[in-house]
Each structure stands twice: as structure tokens, then as C-alpha cells.
Design a protein. Structure first.
Length: 505
């Protein structure tokens, strides 16, 4: 089988948790989920391409031209809840010309499998991870009389009805092959704090056992890859793709300290010149662990601080104290590890006064970066259940079905209006990054003109204007200096891989 995976551009949405200017400069990240799907398909003997149309700035017509050259048997897309209409628009355009089956996947399918596949343009959905589902689906597609009931974790249409098959297999994340980065334009990826290239992201564990009210991963089983598997992937990135900076996107990389220490030791043994970042809780690290991480190349840690009010921290079940936050951030500063704090604006119980405390607290901490996000009722979170109960309807379900328009969502857990929350989030950025001492410190650390321009533009955009919603995702031009965004570049870069790996089953 020949599988073509497409990662499409998407427009800013009013219901997003980030304000528009922040989303504009957030970064260009590899579509890791699609890269995993690609590697699973390749491991099963199938031929795959990934078209990262967002990063390559390709139009629908340009992607269609590439697809006609490749002549796939099936199209695949990642469907996030928030960007569902954007991806559906791309599916409609491409399927109208190619007339081949469409397969979708992503976390959204676990929440709304039937609603997602209800659209006529979509044929199949992967409800769980693709590890078992994809090879079984391709096996059935190759038969004269396929029986899709044999495919675990599949949602599909049959005789006008939508069927979801069971998925009895246990997912072992350690068995997954490394993502197919050989199908990606690795030299074009970057995030706002990036200092080295090439850059990529990794995920080394699934799930989070904690119970924060605002997080969709809360209360899910922790499923890590082994230390050896993680370091082997890092080594592959380093040797095969020229990666010199990695951001580990685990919900909490430091859940098991012994695992982190072993990863760090293996990285040092292999002498990998890699700068890396990760996400952690302030109560999951201490000086000894941070010292080990620093020696192994850890340069940034993203901490979920959330609030400068202990009352608010307690209300969102964060399970940390202001003192712990202060101590951990100060230790990172002393060791030379840059710390970024994630803060929630409009959390349960938030008032203008508690948000002012949060902003003041953020300024006093020895943080290198701060992100002020609007607290959002994400699907399957306690806040989402609260919103559904209060409003009597499920906005996200109707959004997937095409019955709801993009709008600010109600936040029944706070007396702050949505307008208040937008203004306070933007005020947090201006007060944090507008501090003259902060500006001077960061100016002295800049390592390239590209980094200088990116951060300067972001700052002035934040202060001077609130941009209109763009018709197309033209963001992050500061990340893509080479402008390798043509169909010719795609063919030249990836034709060798396509021909080399061609295996038709």
C-alpha cells in the first residue's frame, strides 16, 4: 500500500488558549504523530510520504500536484479537536480530486470517534494509537472482501451506520519504532527559544497520573519508553538528521528520577553534543537531579507554575506550593538552566486580584521565559465536564459536527469575563517581557540575527497591535530564512527516500 500523510496549515481560533500574537511566534514543530504513523506503516512494509504543508507553506493545489506524482492508495491526516474544520477543508479538496479513502487519527478520535467520521469525506478513524490498528487496516484493504471488524480500534461506516471496533491490545510505547524523521524537512523546524539547529521534538512517555483539573492528560496511565530506547532515538537524530537541539514534549519528563538519571548517563557515555529541554513539575526535581540533567545537556525546563496564588493552586489540584516554585526556579537559575513558567489566566476562582498576584509573582521569579495562557475547558477535563453541565451542551462535539462556530467559550468557574481574561493575559506578557533589565539580559544572550529579529518582532507585535485572523497560516517567517517552500524543493529533497524505500505489498 502507498500512504500519503498530510499536515495542513491552520488558522488561529478564537477559542484557543494562547492569544493570537503568541500563537504567531510560538514555533514550527514537526508533526510527530504523523511521523510515528509513517514509521509504523513502513515497518509493516508499506510506502509512505509525509507532506508538511504547514512548514513548507504549500497550497492545496501544490500538495495535490505532489500527491498525483506519488499516486497513493490512501490519505492520512491528524485531526485535532481545535483545528478540525481546517483539516476537513483540506480533506474535501484533496479527496474530490483523488477519490481515494481517507484515514484520520489523533487524540480527538478518542473523545469523538463517531462524530469525527460522520463527515462523508472521511472513511476510517484510528481511535487509539496506530501501532496495532494501521497494519491490520492495510491488511484488510489489500483483500478482495475486507472485514474491518478484524481491525482493532477502528471507527468506520457500514451500511449507513458508524462502527467502533474494540482494541483489546495493551499499548507498550517502548515497542514503537522511532518517528520517520527521514520524511520531514528537519532543517526548517524551530520554536521561540531555539538557539541551535537542526531542531526537533520528542515524546518519551505517554500519560500523566496526576489530577490537575485543566489538563486532558490527568488521571491517565504513565507509559514510558526505556532509557535505552530514548537515547537511541536521540543518537539517531544526532547522527542521521544533524539535530543539535531537542524539546521533549512529555507531560512530565521527570516522573521517574532513576529513568532520567540513566538517560543522562547514556547521553554522556555516547558524547552527544545535544542541547535539550523538557517539561517538569517543581516538586519532581531537586538540585542533585538538576545537576545531572545540566551535565547531560539540559538547557531549558518548562514548569507548570499556573498561579501566584496558593488558593488558586489548590483549586486546580496542582499539588505544589509557592515556596516549592521559588526554590526550584532559583536552583535552576543558580545552575544555569533556563526556566520557563506556564501560567493560567482565568483559572477556577481567579479574580483580577489573583491574576495580578500571578503576574507579580512571575516577574519576581528568576524565569527566563513565561507563557500566560487562557484557562480552557479541554475535552475530557473536569473543567470541560463543568462547562457541559452548566451550559447544557457540548461545544466541542457540536464543533466537530459543524454545528458550532468559532467563539470564546464560557468559563463558569470564574467571575472574570472573556474580555477580562484576554486583556490580563496580554498584560502579563507586556509586564513580564517589557522589564528593561529583562530586555538587556536577553539582548546580551542572543546568538544570531535571526533570533534577535524573531524576539524583537514578537515584542513589538505584542505591544502595538492585535492582528486580524489571517486567511492562511503565514506565521513564523522568522524561523524559515531559506524559504524552501516549493513543490520542486519537496520533490528534490524526498524523491531519493521515496525511491529507496519503495516496497509495494
Amino acid at each position: 500500500m502507498k500512504l500519503a500523510l498530510v499536515f495542513n496549515p491552520f488558522k488561529y481560533k478564537i477559542h484557543e488558549e494562547n492569544i493570537r500574537i503568541v500563537q504567531k511566534y510560538f514555533g514550527l514543530f514537526p508533526p510527530l504523530s504523523l511521523a510515528w504513523v509513517a514509521s509504523i506503516a513502513e515497518q509493516a512494509g508499506h510506502e509512505v510520504i509525509i507532506i508538511d504543508a504547514r512548514t513548507l507553506n504549500l497550497s492545496q493545489e501544490e500538495v495535490l500536484e505532489i500527491l498525483k506524482d506519488f499516486n497513493p492508495d490512501i490519505l492520512g491526516f491528524m485531526m485535532t479537536t481545535y483545528m478540525f474544520p481546517d483539516t476537513l477543508e483540506w480533506i474535501r479538496f484533496l479527496k474530490d480530486s483523488l477519490n481515494i479513502p481517507v484515514l484520520i487519527g489523533g487524540y480527538n478520535l478518542r473523545v469523538y470517534p463517531r462524530e469525527s467520521v460522520s463527515h462523508t469525506e472521511i472513511d476510517f478513524g484510528v481511535v487509539e494509537h496506530a501501532y496495532y490498528t494501521l497494519p491490520a487496516l492495510f491488511k484488510e484493504l489489500g483483500k478482495e472482501c475486507p472485514n474491518y471488524d478484524n481491525v482493532p480500534g477502528l471507527v468506520y461506516k457500514r451500511n449507513g451506520n458508524i462502527t467502533v471496533t474494540p482494541h483489546p491490545q495493551q499499548i507498550d510505547f517502548n515497542k514503537f519504532p522511532n518517528p520517520a524523521r527521514h520524511l520531514l524537512p528537519n532543517e526548517l523546524y524551530a520554536e521561540f527559544p531555539t538557539e541551535r539547529k537542526n531542531f526537533t521534538v520528542m515524546v518519551t512517555s505517554l500519560g500523566c497520573p496526576l489530577k490537575c483539573k485543566f489538563c486532558e492528560a490527568g488521571r491517565t496511565s504513565y507509559n514510558p519508553r526505556s532509557s535505552e530506547t530514548v537515547v537511541n532515538e536521540i543518537e539517531e537524530c544526532y547522527k542521521n538528521f544533524g539535530i543539535r537541539e531537542v524539546d521533549i514534549f512529555d507531560y512530565d519528563f521527570t516522573v521517574v528520577r532513576e529513568r532520567v538519571i540513566k538517560i543522562c548517563k547514556l547521553m554522556q557515555d555516547k558524547k552527544l553534543d545535544i542541547d535539550w529541554a523538557c517539561r517538569s513539575r517543581v516538586d519532581n526535581v531537586n538540585r542533585d537531579l538538576l545537576e545531572v540533567m545540566k551535565k547531560a545537556g539540559c538547557r531549558r525546563i518548562y514548569f507548570g507554575v499556573e498561579s501566584g496564588s496558593q488558593e488558586i493552586l489548590n483549586k486546580v489540584n496542582k499539588g505544589i506550593t509557592l515556596q516549592q516554585i521559588n526554590e526550584t526556579i532559583s536552583t535552576c537559575h543558580e545552575l544555569g538552566i533556563k526556566a520557563l513558567g506556564f501560567f493560567l489566566i482565568g483559572a477556577p476562582g481567579d479574580t483580577k486580584e489573583t491574576v495580578r498576584k500571578t503576574i507579580t509573582f512571575a516577574k519576581k521569579l528568576k524565569l527566563d521565559y513565561a507563557q500566560f495562557s487562557k484557562c480552557l475547558a479541554k475535552p475530557l477535563t473536569p473543567l470541560w465536564r463543568d462547562m457541559v453541565k452548566t451550559t447544557g451542551g457540548d461545544y466541542w462535539q457540536n464543533w466537530i459536527l459543524g454545528k458550532e462556530y468559532d467563539k470564546e467559550l464560557p468559563r463558569p468557574w470564574t467571575t472574570l469575563s472573556n474580555q477580562d481574561i484576554n486583556k490580563l493575559a496580554k498584560r502579563g506578557y507586556i509586564l513580564f517581557y517589557g522589564n528593561p533589565l529583562f530586555i538587556i539580559k536577553h539582548m546580551l544572550r542572543l546568538k544570531s540575527f535571526t533570533e534577535f529579529r524573531r524576539k524583537l518582532f514578537a515584542f513589538f507585535d505584542m505591544i502595538l497591535r492585535q492582528e486580524k485572523t489571517p486567511k492562511k497560516d503565514n506565521n513564523f517567517k522568522a524561523f524559515n530564512e531559506n524559504k524552501k517552500t516549493t513543490v520542486k524543493y519537496f520533490r528534490k529533497t524526498f524523491s531519493l527516500n521515496i525511491n529507496k524505500n519503495r516496497r509495494v505489498v
